[in-house]
Design a protein around this ligand. Structure first.
Ligand SMILES: [Fe+2]
Ligand SMILES: [Fe+2]
Length: 172
């Protein structure tokens, strides 16, 4: 059993994970409309990943016999602009998510809630990987993204990366 405060914190994080999914869905549709097919697939794969993160936390609360609170999910921004701006927004967002996840771990440590602490470790590691991946893409966009050949190359790389995430699919 976990504390009510902890269950609330995790419910808020579930909301954040589904907001992440929604944000990436919006970026996927925007990229698709701009004919950036690889980016559209990459953001769609992220949509699936973030939904899976939310569901993982829902399962944890259920397994702990805790209440899951379903808050409203904020609408994502309608237009972000260039592919560079999309990935800048992605990195900024993931950094905020990392801070929120660390905050849950802080709470788990202060409550001596070992179960939540261990459960959250997977997310701490996942955030390191996500930030590193997005930083790498951003670096390549800054180097090559202002030339059309460079943009095409990065878009193709994103398509390949989306396939390796296993869930890549374009918006029909
Ligand atoms: Fe996530
Ligand atoms: Fe994420």
């Amino acid at each position: 059993m976990i504390s009510t405060a902890m269950a609330e914190k995790i419910s808020n994080q579930i909301n954040r994970e589904f907001y992440s999914a929604y944000l990436y869905l919006a970026l996927s549709t925007e990229a698709d409309n701009a004919n950036l097919r690889g980016a559209a697939e990459w953001f769609m794969a992220k949509y699936h990943e973030e939904s899976a993160h939310g569901l993982k936390m829902v399962r944890y609360l259920l397994d702990q016999g805790a209440e899951v609170t379903h808050g409203a999910i904020t609408a994502p921004p309608s237009q972000t602009g260039s592919l560079l701006a999309m990935f800048e927004r992605t990195l900024e967002h993931e950094q905020q998510v990392t801070a929120a996840i660390h905050d849950i771990v802080d709470q788990a440590l202060s409550e001596k809630d070992h179960a939540t602490n261990i459960f959250m470790h997977w997310f701490v590691t996942e955030q390191i990987e996500e930030e590193a991946t997005v930083s790498d893409i951003l670096g390549r966009l800054r180097l090559f993204g202002d030339r059309s050949e460079g943009l095409l190359m990065i878009d193709n790389e994103l398509a390949a990366a989306a396939k390796s995430m296993g869930q890549g699919e374009s918006v029909a």
